[in-house]
Design a protein around this ligand. Structure first.
Ligand SMILES: C[S@@+](CC[C@H](N)C(=O)[O-])C[C@H]1O[C@@H](n2cnc3c(N)ncnc32)[C@H](O)[C@@H]1O
Length: 244
């Protein structure tokens, strides 16, 4: 794991791995193993992101959701729970992960592979786009073009949510260092994420920090405080939000 955006040498590929096909079938069990010190499992971390989006979206109309880099589709399960009237479209460069996602037959969700650059949807299609722990696998030089593609497919006023690991949190760095599918990861600093989203053409760009406490029983009473701590830049993860 590195935080140096120039540390990758291979030119012309969007991802450090050819893709995540290698991990398609056992992604969740590897992830569960990797994060067990946190006191929560992989499903917890998938769901908390959707709950954060729900909290910020409030009563906004959300009918069409894009899950870019959806992997095995776990987020779609929680979109269905928390946004039951919305349709989720998951896309990923890993064809095998997409096959896993399809097998799960998640209500309200469709999945398709794509080339990693050209989002296979019309302009102005989505209300919300989620990009969850994906950009640290994509070479930084490709971020602006991909984010401009997201801008294209969002409706006017549509919202982008990028969830990333926070390189300023030492526990997060350790977890990422020990994770087999994060060997290629180059973490995005919070100011970088804000800048690249703003420069892609989004407005009202903000960072919110999350996951301040372990989820073990000892710390559980403090977890409800986290929404009030979102401005403190040491949470284990953060999300960058922008509006088209
Ligand atoms: C750490 S996994 C996260 C999966 C999912 N977002 C989640 O939260 O469970 C990273 C995913 O990003 C995908 N990915 C890598 N480069 C991509 C690209 N250019 N476009 C879309 N997905 C990409 C990988 O194939 C992999 O499924």
């Amino acid at each position: 794991m590195s935080t140096d955006p120039n540390s990758k040498s291979s030119a012309g590929q969007t991802s450090g791995f050819d893709n995540f096909d290698t991990f398609a079938t056992d992604y969740r069990s590897i992830h569960n193993d990797n994060i067990k010190l946190s006191g929560a499992d992989s499903d917890y971390f998938s769901e908390y992101k959707i709950k954060e989006i729900k909290r910020v979206e409030g009563t906004a109309q959300v009918q069409q959701i894009l899950d870019l880099g959806c992997g095995d589709g776990n987020s779609a399960r929680f979109f269905y729970q928390h946004f039951p009237y919305a349709q989720t479209q998951g896309i990923d460069i890993s064809a095998d992960s997409i096959e896993e996602a399809k097998k799960r037959q998640i209500p309200g969700a469709n999945f398709r592979p794509y080339d990693g650059s050209h989002i296979p949807f019309e302009d102005n299609t989505f209300d919300v786009c989620l990009i969850a722990t994906v950009l640290h696998h994509i070479r930084f030089v490709h971020h602006p073009d991909l984010l401009r593609e997201v801008l294209r497919v969002l409706k006017p006023g549509g919202r982008l949510y990028i969830f990333e690991h926070n390189p300023w949190n030492p526990v997060t760095r350790k977890v990422v260092d020990n994770c087999v599918f994060d060997k290629d990861a180059v973490l995005l600093s919070p100011p970088y994420s804000k800048r690249v989203v703003r420069e892609a053409g989004f407005s009202q760009v903000s960072n919110t920090y999350t996951i301040f406490f372990p989820r073990s029983p000892l710390f559980r009473p403090f977890v409800p405080l986290e929404p009030f701590l979102g401005f403190i830049p040491v949470g284990g993860q953060y999300f960058t939000r922008g509006v088209k």
